[in-house]
Design a protein around this ligand. Structure first.
Ligand code: PLP
Length: 467
């Protein structure tokens, strides 16, 4: 492989590319992360260094790893066959087949898809579908409010951002879209208001009911929740939480939207986390794993009942009003079909369950007793490691120590890509579903070395000592 001139490339990036979420000074001092090639689980940067990618390319999109020829070929064939077929009343055959395939895989009565390019757009559609459903059905014609959860991330477009409670990302663009409110989420490690973990599920579900009553049930269109919250540091829900949430939503005719942008397509060991946690959503938002990052595509998948209401519409109001020029792009649909075919043939959700158990056990075995590690959590191929100053008291490490970003940096130096979670002392891992045992062993060994380096630093600087 011929490598580019890294200095010139870095300078061009600094001069002409606006990095999201990274300050120019940081890019300058840490170096720009510019990648040039990849294969399987490994990705190579512009300096020629190769990393084991435990984040499915930072955003958790590349569920199949790199270099899947069949997806590339499906994209090419669709491009030269029929690259675009319009939108709104038009659709290309491959997109119809994809919608049918998703309906076959999706749990419960989820039956019809509306497509777009990103998870943010799909959440926008989910909100619009919920509002228009209530309006067209006529029972709650003024229902427009959305309830989301503290610390949630649901996207960067204005409607999705309003549901987002990742403070750094929302506040800078306020005032945002009105009609959104947020409630506590069931964090079992740092429980809301320090309550006992056994009370968390009941409390958070009861809070949803209170919030619906407070907002006025006739105005509340939907409640959105990720099955496993990423923004809050990989939070796995208590067993009975979603059953309680479902019952409350039913009582007040509030739709339940499962944001499965990250958890969808095998990552939790089932096709969807809604199966893993028996969620029974009315609407499910999908992205990332739908095409494994080979090309942008997302979907909002709606239940049979919502689909009937939106499709039939009413003479006064019309039918579902929403669409983009590139909704349901056939090239993306062809990529998605090839991607799902590979997942199905290789039974990758089952591999994620098997390798996930191996990974979670190995991670716990190797790092859970480390004095800097407060909690190791997750399910299947989603894991989070939270660092603490005091393991027993769960005292958070001072954020000024920048422990998580430093640990992330040491992982990179060990040739391992993880992700330090903003505003938290935690690191997360979401490897491709194709990972094998020896790769897991190697990853955990590298992570342990990086953790030891961080520990030495903190001890030497006198900023931390083992309790
Ligand atoms: N929802 C969740 C849970 C996400 O994690 C993300 C992005 O990471 C989104 C929505 C937004 O997706 P996108 O970045 O594709 O717009």
């Amino acid at each position: 492989m011929t490598l580019p001139n890294i200095d010139a490339l870095t300078q061009d990036a600094l001069d002409h590319y606006l990095f999201p979420l990274a300050r120019k000074d940081d890019v300058r001092s840490d170096g720009a992360n510019i990648f040039v090639a990849a294969e399987g689980l490994e990705i190579t940067d512009a300096a020629g260094k190769t990393y084991l990618d435990m984040m499915s390319t930072q955003t958790r999109a590349s569920s199949l790893g790199y270099g899947q020829d069949r997806i590339a070929k499906a994209i090419y064939d669709q491009l030269v066959g029929l690259h675009y077929g319009g939108t709104f009343a038009n659709v290309v055959d491959v997109t119809v087949r994809l919608a049918a395939k998703i309906a076959e895989l999706a749990p419960g009565t989820l039956t019809a898809s509306v497509f777009a390019g990103s998870g943010s757009e799909a959440n926008e559609m989910s909100f619009k579908a919920a509002k228009q459903y209530h309006r067209l059905k006529g029972d709650k014609p003024r229902a427009h409010k959305i309830i989301a959860r503290w610390n949630a991330y649901h996207g960067a477009t204005m409607g999705a951002l309003a549901a987002t409670d990742y403070l750094g990302t929302r506040h800078i663009t306020e005032p945002g879209v009105p009609g959104y409110s947020h409630i506590p989420s069931p964090n079992l490690y740092r429980t809301p208001f320090g309550m006992d973990a056994s009370e968390v599920s009941e409390f958070c579900a009861a809070y949803l009911e209170q919030q619906i009553l407070h907002e006025g049930p006739e105005y509340v269109a939907a409640f959105i929740a990720e099955p496993i919250m990423q923004g809050d540091g990989v939070q796995v829900p208590p067993d009975d939480y979603f059953a309680r949430v479902r019952a409350i939503c039913d009582t007040y005719d509030v739709l339940l939207i499962a944001d499965e942008v990250i958890t969808g397509f095998g990552r939790t060991g089932n096709w969807f986390a809604s199966e893993t946690y028996d969620i029974k959503p009315d609407i499910m938002t999908l992205a990332k794993g739908l095409t494994s990052g080979y090309i942008p595509m997302s979907a909002s998948v709606i239940s049979e009942e919502i689909w009937q209401v939106l499709m039939n519409g009413t003479p006064e109001v019309g039918a579902f009003a929403h669409g983009y020029t590139y909704s349901a792009h056939p090239v993306a649909a062809a990529a998605a079909m090839a991607n799902l075919d590979i997942m199905e043939r290789e039974n990758l959700p089952a591999n994620a369950a098997r390798m996930g158990t191996y990974f979670q056990n190995k991670l716990r075995q190797e790092v859970a007793d480390h004095p800097l590690v407060g909690d190791v959590r997750g399910v299947a191929l989603i894991a989070g490691v939270e660092l603490v100053a005091d393991k027993v008291k769960k005292t958070p490490l001072d954020m000024d120590l920048k422990a998580a970003p430093t640990l992330g940096k040491y992982c990179v130096e060990e040739g391992l890509i993880s992700r330090a979670l903003m505003q938290m002392n935690a690191l997360s891992f979401s490897p491709p579903l194709v990972i094998n045992e020896s790769e897991v062993d190697e990853v955990v060994a590298r992570f342990r070395r990086a953790l030891n380096r961080l520990t030495d630093d903190l001890v030497k600087s006198g900023s931390w000592k083992a309790q």
